[in-house]
Design a protein around this ligand. Structure first.
Ligand code: FRU
Length: 548
């Protein structure tokens, strides 16, 4: 529907039509990055025809849509080919495990393999004759047993260890562990990998992986295989079905006791850190053996109405692939950052240095049209103002604030993107500094959707979180703007916020970008702002691709 075409991203991945959901089996195979995802071939909302769509890429930025890999066609997956994961076996063979919704909507686990492993595109898939290979065990509800995750191989007993998320009778999230040698028969261990600290409910799309704590180079990504011992921690992540957010916690997995323990038990899965404080769900990582890095993908949902999704004929987009590293400076969070391949889309750029914005003012960063951008900015506020403030906004919280409109002593300041000239529509990405009486400073990183659109039937929030800003650091932002999606990264990826916004006037040639400083006492200096226009990727359908 042309009325909505402006909402389509120019350089983010999405299928040409219909609903996309969870990233599934991502892998690098015979020279291609493969990406599978939950896809409804018939409509723009989730339903039980959910299938595995498939695309390939050389750089995770430009994609070729391939034929649908698997559809519901057996009793054990007739209500949907749900989420799963791919594993490369030591002999190079690929296997996939996925959840099937049975005829009776019981969640069971199934096995599939490429029909022709010599095909680098892995176009044909065959489901195993042994399916279903796992039914919910006693004590586990038929609707609480999904998203298998084959993780690692233990050479000493030649077992694969597989994880599945669930919840117990008291609504605590649990992670079950199975052992298997052949992916057809499985033994459930009496131990559970982890039970959540709070009663946060069902854990969807569980992920567990090692991170190197000794250096934060891209090439330090680790395969689960080699991921134990000194200088290694383990990240446990789950998607919270109740709350619809992806939480992670850093801890240690102990091979002997089969348990994972968080470093700080106040930061457990479901109660602490998130990959993204905006719209981002059902994410999975995979290890890219080509560039020795860990890559994160989630899906970014719509926040408009179901009616609008039906009218436009599509729903949801994929975030730009993000690399994951342990933050060796704070040692308490990950660094989540767009893959370097994205830089190849940067075209003309403009740089602004040392722009000063006094309290209550905005500054137009004139780059012409501003609907497809990559922005890197570094800010400072004057030290006199910070020193003069004894106590300010101790209880400030992005999500309960009035966003960019609220005026505090030391914030908000930042950027207004997807704005029109009169700024009657704008999405604000900003910092807000608060101070406690004992002298402590805290920085909040927020993204304000409240004034992003004049349209009404849209969920508009202020999202965000506190972010560590270490002594001597500037406030830094990277923002990817792409028509109806804004992905923002603070302090090199210590905190991330993704928004979907639907301006009515700030579209195409009418989009602008501004600096703003709505603090009452601090003066903002934008030390540097670099803005690149971004090329479109124009993803191509494979000949015969079954999209209408
Ligand atoms: C997460 C999820 C998974 C499930 C899939 C079904 O979004 O609910 O738990 O496997 O979607 O589409």
């Amino acid at each position: 529907n042309d009325m909505f075409e402006w909402q389509r991203p120019g350089y983010h991945f999405q299928p040409p039509y219909h609903f996309m959901g969870d990233p599934n089996a991502a892998m690098y195979y015979k020279g291609w990055y493969h990406f599978f995802y939950q896809y409804n071939p018939y409509g723009s909302a989730w339903d039980t025809t959910i299938s595995w769509a498939h695309a390939v890429s050389k750089d995770m930025i430009h994609w070729l849509h391939l034929p649908i890999a698997m559809v519901p066609d057996h009793w054990y997956d007739s209500k949907g080919v749900w989420s799963g994961y791919a594993t490369t076996l030591p002999d190079g063979r690929i296997i996939v495990l996925y959840t099937g919704g049975t005829d009776e909507l019981v969640q069971v686990q199934n096995l599939a393999e490429p029909a022709d492993p010599s095909d680098p595109l892995l176009i044909e898939w065959k489901k195993s004759n042994h399916n279903p290979i796992l039914m919910p065990p006693p004590g586990v509800g038929p609707h609480d047993f999904r998203d298998p995750f084959p993780v690692w191989y233990n050479e000493s007993d030649s077992n694969w260890h597989m994880l599945i998320g669930s919840k117990d009778d008291n609504h605590y999230g649990t992670v079950l562990i199975y052992l298997t040698k052949d992916f057809k028969t499985y033994t459930l261990l009496p131990e559970i990998l982890h039970k959540t600290k709070d009663n946060v409910g069902m854990l969807e799309c569980v992920d567990l992986y090692p991170v190197a704590t000794t250096g934060n180079q891209i090439g330090n990504g680790l395969e689960m295989q080699v991921g134990f011992g000194k200088g290694i921690k383990h990240v446990l992540k789950a998607s919270m079905d109740d709350e619809r957010h992806d939480y992670y916690a850093i801890g240690t997995f102990d091979l002997e006791s089969f348990t994972w323990v968080p470093d700080d038990d106040t930061i457990d899965v479901g109660v602490g850190l998130r990959y993204d404080y905006g719209k981002f769900y059902a994410s999975k990582t995979f290890y890219d053996q080509e560039k020795r890095r860990r890559i994160l993908w989630g899906y970014v949902g719509e926040v408009d109405s179901k009616t609008d999704d039906a009218r436009k004929g599509w729903a949801n987009v994929l975030n730009i692939a993000r690399t994951i590293l342990f933050d060796v400076k704070t040692r308490s969070n990950l660094l989540v950052w767009p893959v370097e391949e994205l830089d190849a889309l940067r075209t003309s750029s403009k740089e602004f240095n040392g722009v000063v914005v006094e309290p209550g003012f905005t500054y137009h960063l004139d780059v012409g049209t501003a609907s497809q951008l990559d922005i890197e900015a570094e800010f400072e506020i004057n030290q006199e103002a910070v020193d003069a403030v004894v106590e300010a906004d101790v209880t400030y919280n992005c999500s309960t604030s009035d966003g960019s409109a609220h005026r505090g002593l030391l914030g908000p300041f930042g950027l207004l993107v997807l704005a029109n000239e009169k700024m009657t529509e704008k999405t604000a990405t900003y910092f807000y500094v608060s101070r406690t009486v004992d002298g402590g400073l805290q920085t909040h990183f927020c993204q304000d959707e409240l004034r992003s659109s004049k349209a009404n039937d849209i969920t508009k929030r202020v999202v965000g979180h506190t972010v560590p800003v270490l002594h001597g650091e500037t406030f830094s932002l990277r923002i990817l703007v792409d028509h109806s999606i804004v992905e923002s990264f603070a302090q090199k990826g210590r905190a991330v916020a993704t928004s979907r916004v639907y301006p009515t006037e700030a579209i195409f040639d009418s989009t602008r970008i501004f600096l703003f400083n709505n603090a009452t006492s601090a003066t903002l200096t934008a030390k540097s702002v670099k803005i690149w226009h971004m090329n479109s990727t124009h993803n191509h359908p494979f000949p015969g691709f079954p999209f209408p």
